[in-house]
Design a protein around this ligand. Structure first.
Ligand code: BMA
Length: 859
């Protein structure tokens, strides 16, 4: 067997090294210039890029994120812009059978000219545009010119033609100087560019993804779809559906290799044109891919080679993994509801994660490091799923590569959110192409768990009950209502599911988030489908209501906070350092935002006078609230099988629901989430007269834990101790212990004591929960004297902290460091180590670091 494998490897190795690859490609991303259309004033430009960032680089505008600058930049989207470059072509290249130019992303209405001949028009930011242009190219210098027309002006024309306004509540048309004319829905462009309740209105234009020139002979691989036919411990049976474009009937050869090992090798009689060829192959002793926390993220790098005689015509590389992911919706035994959970490799998995928005309003400047930071931060916080929300973009390939690598399953919305869309045939056809492009691009990613039609449109329209929805249908005449619903029905119940079924049948499709299923109600008391619960925040419900509103899968809920002071300083001046200042208000896009934060803060905390402390307490408020929600959802397992809070990231510096700010800094929330999403947690909860202790575990196996409970006062005096041996059978939420509250309340001052519960396994603390008996604002917190030192061991910097009295919510402050833990309660007498990622020496860090804790902020 070993001999056979070696031979195969050698064979495979020879094949690719000996032959020459005939397909050539290069990027046309350099030497670009841009100008306001017809101005003739050309300036250097970046491709991929946007008009706004090019204007910024040329010194023509101020930083759009600084103070109130956004307001002064609304003229940019009302104009047309031109881009041009020249590039060289050799005589030799012109000998190729085909030469195509591929635009991987044009934002958005574009007319493209090559050597003064128009080669195509584009009208969808999410599509890939590809044109054959050999006959127009010439040896030597060639000019490419792109005219980008104002999406606002074209939107206004389309609005006039339609004759009535389609609903689009998040479109900040007023900020754009358009009054109530909301034009975002007409253009297939990232909806959030037109403003959102956490985003600025900066409607970009630009060549936002790579331009590639591709030259080839005879035949090429257009796309590959991997299908996992069966999978057991000994082998995975696979099929590759290889779409090949052949210029004539011919005999070619296709091989599939993995790490030099030949998995398939077949001669094919290619027919002329675009056809799909089916190749079977097997992977022996398959190693499965698992979501983060449940196992390894094994992947296979497959190499597809299309060859003819002595040449390799084309080569395609795919990174993929072996697994099954299914969305399971089964009737409950009592017939009262339906499950909604993801089953991975046959095992029900509780989805832990967040909603994800684009990382910047100016997309091309999101760097590979930024992408790695966000996805790694999700994994570090023990998440296993992100929902790519429908008001943004179908993300870059790199983003999904990273999700594959870090074990983050992707719930992928199609890009439609909180609005009703046109239903004319041009629009629908455009969307069909967009969907095909993106489904084909993303379908082989092992992280892809679900395609979802849209964000909140079904809930907003309320199609199945006259009294449901956000009042949109009532704004229209019966004819308009009918027309709008027809468009919805065609888009989300026909076109998109058809595309998914045709191009990625292995992945489930869910038509809208939230929904209880078609024909039923999308409502807050859902017993089926997924749910967005906004009672807390929008509905002003108390945080404790996170326990009341039960869902099968909670795909949105959230609470806002401000970025930390180090971040706020970057976009403000000292005179802005007041929550109500004009600048802080402009960086808060939810109308009720600051008021809501204040209302909830008053309930739980003493509101500090100091601005920096308000930001800090605001972050604690958010973190505690969302942590309580996660604990409630996980406690409800297996009834509830998912908890994705709104939102992990930001697209500019702003007060928002995010757990990380635009600068990439973790808010208190992200640290709290890291704890709350651990595989095994202990949750202390109030229930009538008792405190109940629950062990929740996502582990596969049963596990016995030692539970240790201590009631201690803030000076560290132990008032009560209990321990017990408890068990969790794996993938389970289970009450393991309870204590009458009165028993504890009799032992000390409820405002000056806390209960600490640890679960241990194999002598290691698996999790620790701290329960207080009064609201933070009422606690009699002592003034702690925190002793701390910084040292470095094996290149690893750490801070060691200790205090004889409780120091609540210790915040280590240094904007340029990342801490392994922060905002934590330093328990009396418990030595605590925090690791620091920093470029600073221990000495410099010691000089620069500041420490804040809750007691300091109280009167
Ligand atoms: C949800 C999201 C977003 C919005 C958020 C906060 O509805 O889908 O549209 O930003 O709530 O309001």
């Amino acid at each position: 067997m070993i001999f056979f494998l070696t031979m195969m490897m050698m064979l495979a190795g020879c094949e690719s090294s000996k032959k020459q690859l005939l397909t050539t490609s290069f990027k046309i991303n350099t030497n670009w210039q841009f100008a306001m259309a017809d101005s003739g004033e050309w300036l250097p430009a970046k491709v991929p890029g946007t008009v706004h960032t090019d204007l910024l680089a040329a010194g023509k505008i101020e930083d759009p994120f600084y103070r109130l600058n956004e307001k002064d930049l609304q003229w940019i989207d009302k104009l047309d812009w031109e881009y041009k470059t020249t590039f060289e072509i050799t005589d030799q290249l012109l000998l190729k059978d085909r030469i195509e130019i591929i635009f991987h992303g044009l934002d958005t209405y574009a007319e493209v000219y090559l050597n003064d001949r128009k080669i195509f028009s584009a009208d969808n930011m999410f599509r890939t545009w590809r044109v054959e242009c050999r006959d127009i190219l010439q040896a030597g210098s060639n000019e490419l010119r792109v005219l980008l027309k104002s999406p606002i002006n074209i939107g206004l024309e389309k609005l006039e033609k339609l004759g009535y306004q389609l609903d689009a509540d998040n479109d900040q048309s007023e900020n754009g100087g358009l009054g109530d004319k909301r034009v975002s829905i007409f253009t297939r462009k990232a909806p959030y560019h037109f403003g959102w309740d956490w985003g600025p209105r900066l409607v970009t234009s630009g060549i936002w993804r790579n331009i590639e020139l591709l030259a080839w002979d005879d035949a090429r691989i257009e796309s590959i779809q991997l299908v996992q036919k069966s999978l057991d411990d000994s082998r995975a049976k696979m099929e590759a559906l290889v779409e090949i474009n052949a210029l004539s009937e011919q005999v070619c050869h296709v091989a599939i290799q993995c790490k030099g090992l030949q998995l398939a090798s077949e001669a094919l009689n290619l027919k002329e044109g675009l056809h799909t060829y089916n190749l079977k192959f097997e992977i022996e002793n398959p190693k499965l891919w698992w979501p983060n926390g449940l196992g390894e993220q094994n992947q296979y790098a497959l190499d597809f080679l299309l060859s003819k005689e002595d040449h390799i015509l084309d080569e395609d590389k795919i990174m993929t993994g072996l697994r099954t992911i299914k969305l399971v919706q089964e009737e409950d035994a009592d017939g009262q509801g339906r499950s909604f959970y993801f089953e991975v490799n046959g095992r029900p998995v509780f989805a832990k994660g967040a909603n994800y928005i684009p990382n910047d309003i100016f997309l091309p400047r999101v760097s590979p490091e930024d992408y790695e930071h966000i996805v790694k931060s999700a994994a570090d916080a023990n998440m296993n799923m992100l929902r790519v929300w429908g008001g943004g973009i179908y993300e870059s390939d790199l983003f999904y590569d990273l999700c594959d690598k870090y074990g983050i399953m992707i719930w992928q919305d199609f890009m439609f959110a909180c609005a009703m869309y046109p239903g004319d045939s041009t629009f629908l056809d455009n969307v069909r192409h967009e969907a095909i492009d993106n489904v084909k691009r993303l379908r082989n990613h092992v992280c892809l768990a679900l395609w979802c039609g849209n964000n909140e449109i079904e809930a907003a329209w309320g199609p199945y009950d006259e009294n449901r929805g956000w009042g949109w249908k009532q704004r229209h005449t019966p004819e308009q209502r009918n027309e709008i619903w027809q468009a919805y029905d065609t888009l989300f119940h026909k076109i998109l599911p058809e595309v998914v079924a045709a191009y990625d049948a292995k992945t489930d499709y869910w038509h809208s988030s939230p929904s209880a299923g078609m024909g039923e109600l999308a409502s807050y008391d859902t017993r089926a489908g997924d749910m967005h619960y906004w009672g807390v925040w929008h509905g002003q419900h108390p945080f404790s209501d996170f326990k009341k509103y039960k869902a099968r899968f909670m795909s949105e809920y959230g609470f806002q906070s401000f970025p930390e002071f180090a971040s706020v300083q970057k976009y403000t001046l000292p005179q802005d350092w007041d929550i109500e200042s004009e600048v802080m208000a402009a960086h808060q896009r939810s109308g009720i935002g600051n008021l809501r934060i204040r209302q909830y803060m008053e309930d739980d905390y003493q509101i500090p006078d100091d601005f920096e402390q308000v930001l800090y307490v605001g972050q604690l408020l958010q973190a505690e609230g969302i942590k309580s929600a996660i604990e409630a959802h996980r406690s409800d397992m297996p009834y509830c099988m998912g908890s994705l809070y709104w939102q992990i990231n930001d697209c500019w510096p702003v007060a928002s629901w995010s757990g990380m700010d635009w600068y990439g800094r973790w808010k208190a929330l992200h640290y709290f989430v890291k704890d709350a999403f651990k595989n095994t947690i202990i949750v202390v909860d109030k229930a009538d007269d008792d405190l109940i202790f629950r062990v929740i575990s996502d582990r596969m196996e049963a596990q016995v834990y030692k539970l240790q409970i201590q009631l201690i006062d803030f000076d560290g005096k132990v008032l009560m101790e209990k321990d017990a041996v408890v068990e969790n059978s794996g993938n389970q939420s289970r009450i393991v212990y309870q204590i009458p509250k009165n028993e504890m309340l009799a032992l000390g001052d409820p405002k000056a004591m806390m209960l600490v519960a640890n679960i241990e396994s194999e002598e290691k603390v698996v999790d620790r929960a701290i329960h207080y008996f009064a609201k933070a604002k009422d606690l009699k917190l002592p003034n702690p004297e925190i002793e701390w030192s910084i040292n470095s061991e094996n290149g690893q910097t750490k801070i060691v902290l200790e205090s004889s009295r409780l120091a609540k919510n210790v915040f280590l402050i240094n904007g340029d460091c990342h801490f392994s833990d922060n905002y934590f309660d330093l328990l009396p007498g418990v030595r605590t180590e925090v690791f620091v990622e920093t470029k600073l020496s221990p000495k410099m860090l010691a000089e620069q670091i500041r420490i804040m804790h809750l007691e300091e902020t109280m009167k």
